[in-house]
Design a protein around this ligand. Sequence first.
Ligand code: NAD
Length: 431
Amino acid sequence: MREVKHFIAGKSTIGHSKREGEIFNPNTGQVQANVCLGGADDIAAAVEAAKKVQPEWAATNPQRRARVMFKFKNLLEDNMDELAALLSSEHGKVIADSKGDVQRGLEVIEFACGIPHLMKGDYTEGAGPGIDIYAMRQPLGVVAGITPFNFPAMIPMWMFGIAIACGNAFILKPSEKDPTVPVRLAELMLEAGAPEGLLNVVHGDKEAVDAILANDDIKAVSFVGSSDIAHYVYQTGTANGKRVQAMGGAKNHGIIMPDADMDQVIADFSGSAYGSAGERCMALPVAVPVGKDTADEFVGRMQEEVGKLTVGISTDPEAHYGPVVSAAHRQKIEEYVEMGVKEGADLLVDGRGLSLQGNDDGFFIGPSLFDNVKADMQSYQEEIFGPVLQVVRADSLEEAARLPSEHQYGNGVAIFTRNGLAARQFAQKVN
Ligand code: NAD
């Protein structure tokens, strides 16, 4: 069985790992590889490797660091197909979405190519009597990133691309569910000219995360994942004196005004509520049509649209979306659908119990559509992170705008309208 190892000091290693996790192929439901689950010793080894090279890297002028990022960008483009295929086989998102995952990370690398300009400081003459002020941007040293399963290329690149271009060394702890692409990214960084030890990948679960949070030499931590863990990482990391940014869960709302272009609304919800099986932090799992006529038209047309969606294996070019990442996640989504039914919402399309012929053990779930969801329902208040669209009807823009503002996971929000004034007022109301 293939084994996904840590990548420390430019080398693939099982390090001190005694524990292993399983990596599934969500299309078949079978284990396709094992992953080393690291702990404090592996994090310490990665930090030592990072500390060795970071001072020299920081002393390398920014335009030379940017050249490595340019080369890395070219390598990403050259290896796009391979990266997308690997990503798709562990995550389950279709190839087009997998390419999008790499592409969005690549765009951050393009941004990092501009680091010589981005790192310029400021100078204020005469800030006080006889006092001039210089502001300089300097690297922190060794920093770390802890990333979720749903964007195994983009999110690591958000983090290490900028941190490394700024002169830091990086420890990446990717999701243990789809860890192969992050390792390939580290290999490509090496090929691009990054010194060994500048970007290290240590796999693992809570044990590796706790080791990062406790390690005094790691000066800053960036986390993306579910909200409970985000709170934990933020509280523990800051209590240990680190700079921490922690991004958590999401339940984004799309508000539909009576004057909206309904063709566009349907196409956009079809892509954003169900694309990538709803496993996107910027998915639109809640639709809020304003007024009865808008709601009736939206619900009728959406029900028809959902009937046209094709669920298939992630390499099927015809598939709208593929399987979800794990059996446990599919079960959680199905439990939320059941909860919605019990709470009294109207289940118009039920995606549960889907089995794909020839891939009967894959983690597939069909699209679900709920109407008449209410704000006090638990299935609305929590994040489902699956191909489930919940329609919450509102009588006015004011009522609609309150929903995302009061939601605990009000991460992003969209308004569909042809009226610029309504869009502007909406932007001022939602916070
Ligand atoms: P997750 O919270 O389960 O895992 C995220 C990371 O934390 C992984 O590296 C994981 O190994 C680690 N982890 C898991 N359990 C831990 C524990 N008990 N202690 C310490 N670390 C632990 O998240 P996920 O299921 O991989 O990703 C999906 C979540 O990420 C969703 O909630 C989604 O909304 C969120 N997300 C948010 C954004 C954003 O920008 N706000 C972007 C993408 C995903």
